[in-house]
Design a binder for this molecule. Structure first.
Ligand code: ZN
Length: 211
């Protein structure tokens, strides 16, 4: 992994500065893949696309923030740049807040927020040290699943498997298995893991084993 220079960005609401890490190159060495489509790759970190300003506490899309400058190695750095904190990932409840306050204002952004809300709900299950217990979903989580099934593209293999995973996690195992049929070779390990757990009547997010 080769990190790039940090960018200094300005909050679109109050103008206070934040720091955005960049990557020149990365790879999936040592990555863990999960049945809900989340990848945890130490050499290819996902930088937040949306964040909360540390000063005015408003949420904003990082791409909407003006880039003030870029820290170059060996060049003098303004004092206020040094104090700029790195943009942070939102929590589960903040992704929900972003959706409820209209930040999912196009299909791509809504999909991003809903997928990350789902992943954040699954994170405690990923980290469980004992056998994870299948969750009881809130109305909000059920609504999120229903909307994701509308937003995800059944013609894209990865998104189709995320749809199958939603069916599995909500106990619609037949619908999950139906969607897994005709999965291309490139997505085979994911599909097989998902199918095996659907056949066992298991609703919990699972890591896709290496082979
Ligand atoms: Zn701000």
């Amino acid at each position: 992994m080769i990190p790039g220079p940090d960018e200094i960005i300005a909050c679109p609401h109050c103008g206070s500065l934040a720091r955005r890490h960049t990557l020149l190159s990365g790879n999936t060495f040592g990555a863990h893949f999960w049945t809900d489509g989340k990848m945890l790759a130490p050499m290819l970190p996902e930088f937040p696309a949306i964040t909360r300003c540390a000063q005015c506490v408003q949420l904003y899309w990082v791409e909407d923030a003006q880039v003030v400058g870029e820290e170059q190695y060996g060049e003098p750095i303004p004092e206020e740049w040094k104090r700029a904190q790195a943009v942070r990932e939102l929590t589960r409840d903040e992704f929900r807040e972003a959706l409820q306050t209209g930040l999912g204002n196009n299909a791509e952004r809504e999909l991003h927020l809903r997928v990350h809300y789902w992943w954040a709900c699954n994170d405690p299950l990923r980290e469980a040290e004992t056998a994870p217990i299948p969750p009881d979903y809130s109305d909000w989580e059920r609504e999120n699943f229903a909307r994701l099934l509308e937003l995800l593209d059944a013609h894209a293999p990865g998104e189709r498997l995320m749809m199958a995973e939603i069916h599995r996690e909500t106990g619609n195992f037949d619908a999950a298995l139906q969607l897994i049929q005709d999965t291309p070779e490139s997505h085979r390990a994911w599909a097989e893991t998902l199918a095996a757990h659907a056949r066992q009547g298991d609703r919990v997010v699972r890591q896709i084993p290496y082979r």
